[in-house]
Design a protein around this ligand. Structure first.
Ligand SMILES: [Zn+2]
Length: 113
C-alpha cells in the first residue's frame, strides 16, 4: 500500500467515510463507504452490487437503489451527491477527485445518448 492510498484513506475518514469490513475485489485494499458510495482508496469509487454479503449500514442505500430504477438513475443521483459535496469541500485533492468522478459519470451518461 503506497502513500497515496494512505493519503486517500485519511481524506476519506476525514470526510466522514466509514471503513468497511470488505476489501476491494481488484486490489484488496480496505473499502470505505461515504454517502452510500463504496470507495476504494486505490481504485476510486466502485459500483458495488448486492451479492448477499453482510453489509452494515447499507440498507439505506439498497432502498435508494430500488426506488431509482436503472443504473443511469443511480449515476445521476451520485452525480448530484458529488456536486453537493463539492460545494462544501475545501480540500483541493478531494475537489479534484470529485470533479474527476463527475467527469467520469458525465462521460458514461453521455456515451449512452
Ligand atoms: Zn481497489
Amino acid at each position: 500500500m503506497g502513500d497515496e492510498e494512505i493519503q486517500k484513506m485519511v481524506t476519506l475518514l476525514l470526510s466522514r467515510a466509514t471503513m468497511l469490513a470488505q476489501h476491494c475485489p481488484a486490489c484488496g485494499t480496505v473499502l470505505f463507504e461515504q454517502g452510500g458510495r463504496i470507495i476504494c482508496p486505490s481504485c476510486g469509487e466502485l459500483e458495488v452490487r448486492e451479492e448477499g454479503q453482510e453489509e452494515k449500514g447499507k440498507e439505506e442505500e439498497r432502498e435508494k437503489e430500488q426506488e431509482g430504477g436503472g443504473d443511469e438513475e443511480v449515476l445521476r443521483r451520485k452525480r448530484s451527491e458529488l456536486i453537493a459535496e463539492l460545494e462544501g469541500e475545501r480540500d483541493l485533492d478531494k475537489v479534484l477527485r470529485i470533479l474527476e468522478a463527475v467527469q467520469r459519470i458525465d462521460s458514461i451518461l453521455g456515451g449512452r445518448r
